[in-house]
Design a protein around this ligand. Structure first.
Ligand code: CUA
Length: 177
């Protein structure tokens, strides 16, 4: 098992156990185990506290909403000044990438389409780590913006099964000053 999968497994297990404990705690708190127990709760006082708690929840949600608004990713792939433009055309079984050489540290906006069937435009670095991927769809152009930090040769791979030579649909991007 690779380290990422192991981390995910451990994290999910821990969250599951925690959720189970919380569920059991809630269940226990809502069940009376003493049949003769008298209900001494002051319902008037509890009702009085409902409004402040409701307002507290609303304020918490509002703060959370406002604080995270700036991190919404929609629009990240929009065209902007100073970007490099690269057109990508996927076809059975090759990538037509123009231009094939780009500069580091300047955002690259890829315009991705396909000539025949669906392809998956995926870019990997030297360590075979997937940097990003986007669908290449016929009669439609998809956009993705990525900034390459390191100069070098990046491998382009098709991640959508597109025919008998799908596995040979390999291309390259050159990043250099
Ligand atoms: Cu193109 Cu698989």
């Amino acid at each position: 098992m690779n380290p990422t999968a192991l981390t995910i497994l451990i994290a999910y297990s821990a969250v599951s156990v925690l959720a189970l404990i919380v569920l059991l705690w809630v269940w226990k708190s809502t069940h009376s185990f003493d049949a003769d127990r008298e209900d001494t709760a002051d319902t008037e006082k509890l009702a009085h506290g409902e409004k402040p708690w409701f307002m507290f929840a609303v304020v918490c949600l509002a703060i959370l909403g406002l604080a995270t608004l700036a991190f919404i990713p929609y629009g990240d792939n929009a065209a902007a000044e100073g970007q490099q433009q690269v057109s990508v055309d996927g076809r059975q079984f090759a990538w037509v990438i123009n231009p094939g050489t780009i500069k580091p540290d300047i955002p690259v906006r890829f315009e991705v389409t396909a000539a025949d069937v669906n392809h998956g435009f995926a870019v990997y670095n030297d360590d075979n780590i997937l940097l990003f991927q986007i669908q290449a769809v016929p009669k439609s152009t998809s956009h993705i913006v990525y900034t390459f930090k390191e100069p070098g040769r990046y491998q382009v791979v098709c991640l959508e099964f597109c025919g008998v030579d799908h596995h040979n649909m390999i291309g390259a991007l050159q990043v250099s000053e």
